[in-house]
Design a protein around this ligand. Sequence first.
Ligand SMILES: [Zn+2]
Length: 68
Amino acid sequence: MLKLVFTVAVLVVIYFIFFKKKKPKVGKNEQSTEDMVECSKCGVYTSIEEAYISSGKYYCSKECLRLK
Ligand SMILES: [Zn+2]
């Protein structure tokens, strides 16, 4: 009986470790894949929040924006 309780406790701890670690990672991946835009200059994918927008086109950096 004690062994069973111990096993369940270990499983609960493992479950919590995985649950806590996985949840933010999945959220980040979903966000980054949804909001990715292609740089009009070099074709590199950048998150929309970090991208530079000029005349309806996205650029990954100020360098690409300048060289467009
Ligand atoms: Zn670029």
